[in-house]
Ligand binder design. Sequence first.
Ligand SMILES: Nc1nc2c(ncn2[C@@H]2O[C@H](COP(=O)(O)OP(=O)(O)OP(=O)(O)O)[C@@H](O)[C@H]2O)c(=O)[nH]1
Ligand SMILES: [Zn+2]
Length: 341
Amino acid sequence: MSKRNLTRRQSWRIQKIQDERSARAERRAERAEETLLGGDLGSEQQGLVIAHFGVQVDVEALDGAERGQVRRCHRRANLPALVTGDRVVWRADNQQSGVIVALQPRRTELFRPDHRGQLKPVAANVDRLVIVFAALPQPHRNLIDRYLVAAEQAQLEPLLVLNKADLLELPEHAEIRTWLDDYAALGYRTLCLSATAGDGLDTLRRELRDHVNVFVGQSGVGKSSLINALLPDADLRVGALSEMTGKGTHTTTTARLFHFPEGGDLIDSPGIREFGLMHISHEDLLDGFIEFRPFLGHCRFRDCQHLHEPGCALLAAVASGAISPGRMNSYRHILASLQDN
Ligand SMILES: Nc1nc2c(ncn2[C@@H]2O[C@H](COP(=O)(O)OP(=O)(O)OP(=O)(O)O)[C@@H](O)[C@H]2O)c(=O)[nH]1
Ligand SMILES: [Zn+2]
């Protein structure tokens, strides 16, 4: 036999020696890193990633004497890539920066395709998707429903915000308010307000408290107007965004975390605002229409597309009024768009 057969015990010993070697190498690398960073590091502290710039991230101290202050940090090489919203353990150095030594488990992750179409996390621990729409620009139910599907998929609680309430007084826009009622009837949180007139902003502030929020919606619905009204230090926000623009390639994906004065956080970037518009599977699409769920699996044909098949449980539910024709149309519209690409 040319190949040496190792006994289990021998392989175990070899593995153990290798493990010890790599652990020693890791400790050496850490010590070298600490020396490089200017000697002793402070004790371990909890932190929140509020922005990232390639290999560096801005970490806000969540405890200790520096609570609320921000340091630019490097991460240990053995850690995965970090995203805005990540909870981390970090140690300060004596040069106004620090090292991230651990990543806490993420409660949720928001993904976006990178330039090669690979899904990459862009934000962590978001739990609220604020879907903004308005009478103008003309809203599309299938777009709102698409965001709802994305929210279900990412396990974010959606909040439907109908902005520009002032325009609803015009008879041609009156019908839009009934959409909110439809969504409320499905069990979704809804809110009608006006960013410019200020109506309903206090309710919105209360809704955002205790959550990490992301705003999405068609261009022109008033996302920036709302965010500026909620973050009174608008200069700081505009400044932060233009700073990113200066950084070139990461402009569209670098997300920032902001604290609302009344509590709650916002994660925002041009890329984050597009969350929910990426490809979804047929299964996720169906599952994202929450009122469809009781009927799924009850069609005559296992591969039913719920379009015009005989014995379709969803079509029967539309006929009986359990599913609204508007939502069924949305489903069809989104399904067709999935099959087109
Ligand atoms: N009538 C009315 N107009 C509003 C209201 N809120 C915002 N607008 C106007 O709507 C327009 C678009 O608002 P933005 O805040 O830029 O919209 P946006 O969603 O951030 O758009 P993008 O930045 O393109 O994504 C602006 O002219 C606002 O002044 C509102 O409550 N009522
Ligand atoms: Zn069916």
